[in-house]
Design a protein around this ligand. Structure first.
Ligand code: BDR
Ligand code: CA
Length: 306
């Protein structure tokens, strides 16, 4: 499957990108970057660092929007992902550079070049995807699917009681993307909170994959400490890897078709809300997951890496 991951790396973004590097059924066409867990510049630096670590130097990285469509910029989520995005791991300067082209133009060009074949998997705020839809009215027709880590129907929020972080960080962009119809799938907290990876899982991963699995294990300490502190979880959710796995293995998820809007103001800003009378085309929302299978697939493929 031809895949572009739109990302704010981010500890679980790193897990998703290394998963894509390991998956024999994924051809990574590029990464596009966005603010969220970190600033957009840091996201670009971290994305370049991840492709270089994974031996994917030929995978292009296109830098995206610096701030939400309407709201002022948010500070990075340093309490969740660490000051530099990778938990306690210090910043490092990559060798490579991003493309001259920005993320939305790259997405538009690739969707046209791989018409009907390209899956776009946003695992950060949706600003770049909204810009691609706004700049090119054919963008939604050209892509095969847009599979988003974001939102929550029944699970409540993770950044506020109402909102999931990726939607919260640009609700106006999310509201545009959720009008793109049935090619859009949401892999949100209703399923990702069911998939937990524990310190024992990361230790086993690092034993089999000392270099890249070891890097994820080292990053995971800070991330898991956040989950313990905030939610009393015994591990971390595989949010972003779940979205990548939903691209290639939809059979592990149960979906509902729901017309949605995003609250763009008030106490519930960033909430994804059913809006059946809106006339909007329904999107697909993952409500159940075979979490044991998704987690086992994640760990099995990561073990293939050096
Ligand atoms: C999402 O927000 C970010 O913190 C994670 O990387 C993930 O994409 C989970 O709500
Ligand atoms: Ca992310």
């Amino acid at each position: 499957m031809k895949l572009i991951i739109d990302t704010d790396p981010g500890v679980d973004d790193a897990m998703a990108i290394f998963y894509a590097a390991a998956a024999p059924d994924i051809e990574l066409i590029g990464l596009t970057t966005i603010f969220g867990n970190v600033t957009t510049e840091m996201a670009t630096r971290n994305a370049l660092r991840l492709v270089e670590a994974a031996g994917l130097e030929d995978v292009p990285v296109a830098q995206g929007a610096q701030k939400p469509l309407v709201l002022p910029p948010f500070p990075p989520s340093a309490d969740v992902h660490g000051a530099e995005g990778f938990g306690d791991i210090p910043a490092a300067t990559p060798k490579g550079q991003p493309l001259d082209e920005d993320a939305a133009d790259f997405l538009i060009r690739m969707a046209h070049a791989h018409k009907g074949e390209l899956v776009v998997c946003p695992i950060g705020p949706l600003t770049n995807i909204a810009e691609a839809l706004q700049r090119d009215p054919k963008f939604a027709d050209n892509v095969k699917a847009i599979v988003i880590m974001g939102g929550s129907l029944e699970e409540g929020g993770n950044i506020t009681p109402f909102a999931e972080a990726n939607i919260y960080h640009d609700p106006h962009a999310a509201d545009i993307v959720l009008q793109a119809g049935e090619k859009v799938t949401l892999v949100g907290l209703d399923v990702t909170h069911r998939i937990l990876c524990t310190p024992t899982d990361f230790d086993a991963m690092a034993a089999q994959s000392p270099e890249l699995g070891g890097m994820l294990r080292d990053m995971s300490h800070f991330y898991i400490a956040f989950y313990k502190r905030m939610r009393d979880f015994a591990g971390c959710s595989l949010h972003d890897p779940a979205a990548v796995i939903a691209c290639t293995d939809p059979q592990h998820f149960v979906r509902q078709k729901v017309a949605l809007r995003v609250s763009c103001d008030g106490e519930d800003i960033g909430a994804t809300l059913p809006d059946p009378d809106s006339g909007r085309a329904p999107v697909q929302v993952c409500m159940k997951v075979d979490s044991a299978t998704v987690k086992a697939q994640f760990l099995k493929r990561l073990a293939l890496l050096p």
